[in-house]
Design a protein around this ligand. Structure first.
Ligand code: NI
Length: 285
C-alpha cells in the first residue's frame, strides 16, 4: 500500500473512533491533535534517514486510540497488523500503575520498539506543548514541562530532528510558566542590583553560583525577595531534590533558609541536563 492509502485508512478509522472527543480546554475535534502529530512525523521523515514513513504515519494517527476509545489491541492487529498494534500499545499508559510511574513505564516500552515509535512520542509532546489550557495552574504547567523533559531525555537518540524540535518547544513553553508569574516589583529589582553577590568558591568547578546571606542585607527586602521566589517560581529538580526556581534577567534564583542563590540561567540543573553538561563525580550530601 502506498503512503497516501495507509494514511487514509488510518485517519478514517481514528476519525470514527475519536468522533465525540474534543481537545481538552477547547472546542476543537480531537482529529486536530492527531493530524498535527502526523504532520510533525511527515516533516521529520524528510529529515531522517531510514525512516519508515507509512508505518510512522499510521502510529501517529492511531497513537491515542487505545487510551481514549473502546478500540482493542486485537482490533488494531487485525486491521493494521501486529507492528502497528504493538507500537500503539507502547504509546498507551498503563492506568493500573501509580500516576508518577505511568510515563516512565510507557517510555521504557517505547524504547524496546522501532525508532519510528520513539519519533511519534516526541511528535506527540511537540504538538502538545502549545499554550496550556487557561485553567491549568502553575504547578500543573510545571509538571507538564518536567514530563516533556523526561520524554526528551529518554528518547533523545530516537530522532535527532524531532528531539531538537522538542528542545525548542520546551524553551518556548517556559514562557507560559512566566506568563502567569508576577513580575518583580521595582524595589526588588533595585535590591537585586545593589547587592554584592558572593561567588561560591567551593562549587566553582561543579555548580558555579553566587549568593547573599540574610543577616548581611536589608532583612525586610530579603524576606520579600525570598517570598517572591517561593510563590512565583517554578518547581524543578536538583538531582533528586525538588527546588523552586525563579528566572529573572538572565539569572535563575533559588532560596534556602538564610541564603538566596543565583546562577546564570544556562547553568541550572534543568538546563545542563538538557544540554548534557551535568558535572561528573559530583554527589550531594
Ligand atoms: Ni496524543
Amino acid at each position: 500500500m502506498n503512503t497516501q492509502t495507509l494514511y487514509q485508512k488510518a485517519i478514517k478509522f481514528a476519525g470514527e473512533k475519536h468522533k465525540d472527543q474534543l481537545i481538552p480546554g477547547s472546542k476543537s475535534n480531537y482529529l486536530l491533535h492527531l493530524s498535527n502529530v502526523a504532520m510533525e512525523i511527515l516533516i521529520a521523515s524528510y529529515n531522517s534517514n531510514n525512516f519508515d514513513k507509512g508505518f510512522a504515519l499510521q502510529i501517529a494517527l492511531l497513537h491515542d486510540i487505545l487510551e481514549d476509545t473502546d478500540t482493542t489491541i486485537k482490533e488494531l492487529e487485525s486491521i493494521f497488523g501486529s507492528d502497528v498494534a504493538k507500537a500503539v500499545a507502547a504509546l498507551t499508559i498503563n492506568k493500573d500503575l501509580p500516576k508518577e510511574q505511568q510515563m516512565q513505564d510507557s517510555l521504557n516500552r517505547i524504547k524496546e520498539l522501532q525508532l519510528e515509535v520513539w519519533a511519534v512520542k516526541l511528535a506527540d509532546r511537540i504538538t502538545n506543548l502549545q499554550s496550556p489550557p487557561p485553567n491549568w495552574n502553575k504547578e500543573k504547567r510545571s509538571k507538564y514541562l518536567d514530563q516533556a523533559k523526561l520524554i526528551l531525555k529518554e528518547l533523545y537518540n530516537g530522532n535527532e530532528y524531532l528531539a531538537n524540535r522538542l528542545k525548542e518547544k520546551i524553551e518556548e513553553y517556559k514562557k507560559y510558566l512566566n506568563k502567569i508569574t508576577l513580575n518583580l516589583s521595582n524595589d526588588l529589582k533595585k535590591f537585586i542590583e545593589e547587592q554584592k553577590w558572593t561567588f561560591a568558591k567551593t562549587y566553582a568547578k561543579t555548580w558555579p553560583h553566587e549568593y547573599i546571606v540574610q543577616e548581611k542585607v536589608d532583612n525586610k527586602k530579603y524576606i520579600k525577595l525570598a517570598a517572591h521566589i517561593d510563590t512565583q517560581g517554578y518547581e524543578s529538580n536538583f538531582y533528586n531534590t525538588k527546588q523552586i526556581y525563579y528566572d529573572f534577567n538572565g539569572y535563575t534564583y533559588w532560596h534556602m533558609e538564610n541564603i538566596i542563590n543565583r546562577c546564570v540561567y544556562k547553568d541550572t540543573y534543568h538546563q545542563r541536563e538538557i544540554d548534557g553538561r551535568l558535572p561528573e563525580n559530583y554527589s550531594i550530601k
